[in-house]
Design a protein around this ligand. Structure first.
Ligand SMILES: Cc1cc2nc3c(=O)[nH]c(=O)nc-3n(C[C@H](O)[C@H](O)[C@H](O)COP(=O)(O)OP(=O)(O)OC[C@H]3O[C@@H](n4cnc5c(N)ncnc54)[C@H](O)[C@@H]3O)c2cc1C
Length: 512
């Protein structure tokens, strides 16, 4: 086979090489050496032009975007926010269109090349764009990473609805929606995450009590399946695929577009902070205000008390309102067992509240803690065992474990969840236990991972589930089977049907 003539736009000359196709014998990207240097391939690439390589060359199909293989880009896509594990791809696709994703996945399927979408989220100004996963979930060793930022168009916003590409961040969408008087109903705490990334894991925030996960607010998705087909899926069309990709960890397809529900934006947010020194009172009040629907949004966290002698518990409740119709503050705290003297109220715009984490993120970035290893772990606990688990966990956790971070902790009703892949404890009420550590230099990350594993095992014993994003080591197939429970068969069937070659998103480790 002679070397194929390639459209110029489909290749990028990196520091060392131009991708021109796939060497089907050597199972590596075939590269063309720069004319002024000896033929040499980046990791695993075979120099084109040698008779053996030419005979085995499968030409790269035409792309609207670019496929790059320069060492800098490969290294960047080989890591993530967690900074705990690395697995570099051998090429990175910056899609110029949705069609590029379908073309690339179709090609990858034929040649059994692993592929994963990488959210490349973040602000891109104060910190690098990167996958915001904690433990290599978007990494794809030796395969192709797809840069979600290549698909970052807000296609349209109409009353009650937004159509966006998967690489759009929730921050971009929030601002575009606010400009027209709308808001996504359920925002993550940190807005600079990709829509496709959070829809692939669930997407939780203070709106969970009313709206469920972000996946519960999706009307339809356009998905490239593992066979390279582009399919529109919703609750009424291609439902199996719809349910397999929402919270499905990228196992059944790559979400390229989503139609999302919006709610009317309110002008202002009254934020109430309630503090507790007693865990039992805290848990009871958290559930009480949730079941009474006292707040529009409700989160909470646990941190060390000012004296450093124990833990302090916080409820953060938010009421949105317009104009002068401010809520009655006394009513919001009536009958609660918090430390009344410590209660605070902050009145701000709804947008200021939505962006509240940016200031904290800015502090962590300037302190150099943002880019250090972070053994995060996110669990969902049944209400009946939440206190037992939390007492045990807090006895184990040290101030060094948290570093400059915190433990998010708040309840939700489980009847708000509608998507089968986001598995939850089997009780009417659950708690989100979200360990967001920002350890200081010198922390023992191997020990932190062992602690995560121990806490995960205990949570499972007590009826808990994990969130797909965390850093939990040594997860086996048996662990996944237990995680999905009665839904395991559905997960396996969806994988077989929509990704028969098993090439999609290996970093989750679910079907490997
Ligand atoms: C500072 C910070 C704050 C956070 N706050 C929250 C929060 O409030 N609530 C919450 O729920 N989560 C939160 N997260 C976790 C976040 O949801 C995950 O990191 C999630 O992975 C989204 O990040 P991402 O957009 O970078 O996607 P990635 O991490 O790159 O992707 C996540 C997974 O989905 C796959 N994937 C990505 N895009 C697609 C796609 N379009 N189609 C199919 N598969 C895809 C990836 O391969 C990977 O397996 C936070 C993370 C950080 C670092």
């Amino acid at each position: 086979m002679s070397k194929p003539a390639l459209p110029r736009r489909s290749v990028i000359v990196g520091a060392a090489a131009t991708v021109i196709g796939w060497n089907t014998v050597g199972r590596s990207w075939a590269v063309e050496a720069p004319t002024d240097s000896p033929a040499e391939a980046p990791s695993g690439g075979a120099p084109a032009g040698s008779p053996a390589a030419d005979a085995a060359l499968a030409a790269l199909p035409r792309l609207d975007g670019t496929l790059v293989a320069d060492p800098g880009t490969l290294a960047r896509f080989g890591g993530d926010f967690g900074h705990l594990v690395t697995a570099a791809p051998r090429a990175v696709l910056r899609p110029g269109s949705v069609r590029d994703v379908a073309t690339l996945v179709g090609f990858a399927r034929r040649h059994r090349i692993p592929v994963a979408m990488n959210g490349q989220s973040g602000t891109g100004t104060t910190a690098e764009l990167e996958s915001h996963s904690s433990y290599g979930q978007a990494e794809v060793r030796g395969g192709v990473a797809i840069d979600a930022r290549g698909l970052d168009r807000i296609i349209r916003i109409t009353p009650g609805r937004a159509v966006v590409e998967a690489g759009v961040t929730w921050a971009q969408l929030t601002d575009a929606a606010l400009a027209q008087g709308w808001m996504p109903p359920c925002l993550t705490d940190y807005l600079h995450l990709s829509v496709g990334g959070t829809l692939s894991v669930g997407g939780i925030g203070g709106g969970v009590q009313r709206y469920g996960f972000q996946v519960d607010t999706v009307e339809s998705v356009d998905v490239v399946t593992g066979t390279g087909e582009l399919v529109t899926a919703s609750a009424s069309a291609n439902r199996e695929l719809f349910e397999a990709v929402l919270g499905g960890g990228g196992q059944a397809g790559i979400i390229v577009r989503a139609t999302l529900r919006l709610v009317r934006a309110r002008e202002r947010a009254l934020v109430v902070n309630l503090f507790y020194d007693d865990l039992s009172a805290y848990l009871a009040d958290q559930q009480k205000v949730m079941l009474e629907r006292r707040f529009d949004l409700q989160v909470g966290d646990v941190s060390r008390n000012a004296a450093g002698t124990g833990w302090r518990y916080k409820v953060e409740g938010v009421v949105h309102y317009d104009g002068a119709a401010a809520p009655d503050r006394a009513e919001l705290v009536r009958g609660l067992r918090c430390v009344a003297a410590d209660t605070t109220f902050t009145d701000q715009t709804a947008r200021e509240y939505a962006y509240r984490v940016d200031a904290f993120a800015g502090y962590l970035q300037s302190a150099g803690l943002w880019s250090r290893p972070k053994p995060w772990m996110s669990l969902f606990l049944p209400a009946s065992t939440a206190e037992t688990f939390t007492r045990e966990a807090l006895a184990l956790l040290t101030p060094e474990d948290l570093g400059a971070g915190l433990l998010l902790f708040y309840p939700f009703r489980t009847d708000v969840f509608t998507r089968p892949m986001t598995v939850m404890p089997d009780e009417p009420v659950g708690f989100h236990f979200d360990l967001l550590s920002f350890p200081f230099p010198g922390a023992d990350h191997a020990a932190a991972l062992r602690r995560n594993r121990r806490l995960y095992d205990r949570a499972v014993q007590l009826g808990g589930k994990r969130y797909l994003i965390g850093a939990i080591p040594d997860v086996t197939r048996a662990d996944w089977r237990r995680h999905y429970g009665a839904g395991w068969g559905r997960a396996v069937a969806a994988k077989r049907r929509f990704d028969p070659a098993g090439i999609l998103t290996p970093g989750q480790g679910i079907h490997s």
